[in-house]
Design a protein around this ligand. Sequence first.
Ligand code: FES
Ligand SMILES: [Fe+2]
Length: 426
Amino acid sequence: MLSREDNELLCRVGPGTPMGQVFRRFWNPVLLEEELPGPDGAPVRLRVLGENLIAFRDTSGRIGLIDEGCLHRRVSLALGRVEQGGIRCLYHGWKFDVDGKVLETPNAADTRIRDRLRTRAYKTRVEAGMVWAYMGPPENEPSFPNWRFMQLPTENLKVVRLDAAASYMQVLEGGADSSHVGILHTNFARPGWMDGDFEANSDEDNPAALATNDLAPDLLLEDTQFGFHYAAVRKIIDEGDPRKNIRIVPIAMPSTRIIPSPAMQFVVFEIPIDDENTRTFSVGFRTDGQPLVEDRYDELRGRDNRELVDPTTWTYLGNWDNGFGQKREAMTRDWSGIRGVVMEDLAMALSPGPILDRSEEHLVAADAAIVRARRQLLESARGLQAGRDPIGVGADLSGVIACDDTVAADAVWQSLAPGHHARRPS
Ligand code: FES
Ligand SMILES: [Fe+2]
């Protein structure tokens, strides 16, 4: 459980908030590259960390990410003209470049105003099919993240996004929670459950396919340079099999995790749109780096579930009006009655409302990773107020992996992720 005060500290991410400042010290993905039209194309409206912004490409293709409200009288620049090296407000013609510089002010005779004013503009970079932004103080800009997937050809990656109406923390906590995998995702994790049988799901691409039906994994945690990682250790229930199944999930501050399946890695970023909405980016790729064999990504996750996902805006539509798409009549043979792994996850994340009251929980040992994620984020928020860098800023991410492996009983779990470097308390 968490005090109401800490819960507020954890979930409020707007400008000036301590957690908002933590997020602003990292490069974060904000948009899919394919969502942004070419040079002088239509601007895209987006909201990140409680700020209303527009993204556009100028005549030479440079990307601008600037305040949506015009500096003059705050009307939306999303209606503006993108032309000749900048974006021009439709109302009185003020024009801005991608760096936020005021280029023209046709209705102001005193041209010195152009030098005095500057609109809010953030640095961007395109990498791995996503537009990334740094929204923090320029003097604190960290090195650009060096995730392993950035070394792979973009066509070997499956990069998607989905917006949902809940705090980033609610969505992230689902990802830091190993014990729900074998229960919420029973349809995939424990096929045959309704007959009391267990037969391991051999689908190597599905992160909810578990090698075992041990529902109470032991959780081992360790702080690392990038945040922390944990191993969920499950017993193999087959008699006489001395091995154990280990799933290692790294949690990179502030809100990224990697979910493994035996053959795949899914790097998932939870980016706050604002306090009560989250944009999730997921990068799926084969652990061996080879091209994706068969694209079953949308089907496994339920992203093709049109009742719950709007494919034009990639918004999750589940709510109490549509019962999160749950089909009660199907629940004799379908555990959740909800189609798709991510659809199950989001129903859980949104069901308590957009900001969960964590003061009324009753946590158990299986929740240790959730507790650690909260603790690190709160430590970062408090530390930053005291002048310390947030945990994980500028960390080397090149060797960060997730794994799902069945290994000898005496195997040391950290040896499965040799690129993760332990961080000792300072
Ligand atoms: S409001 Fe944009 S130029 Fe006047
Ligand atoms: Fe899940």
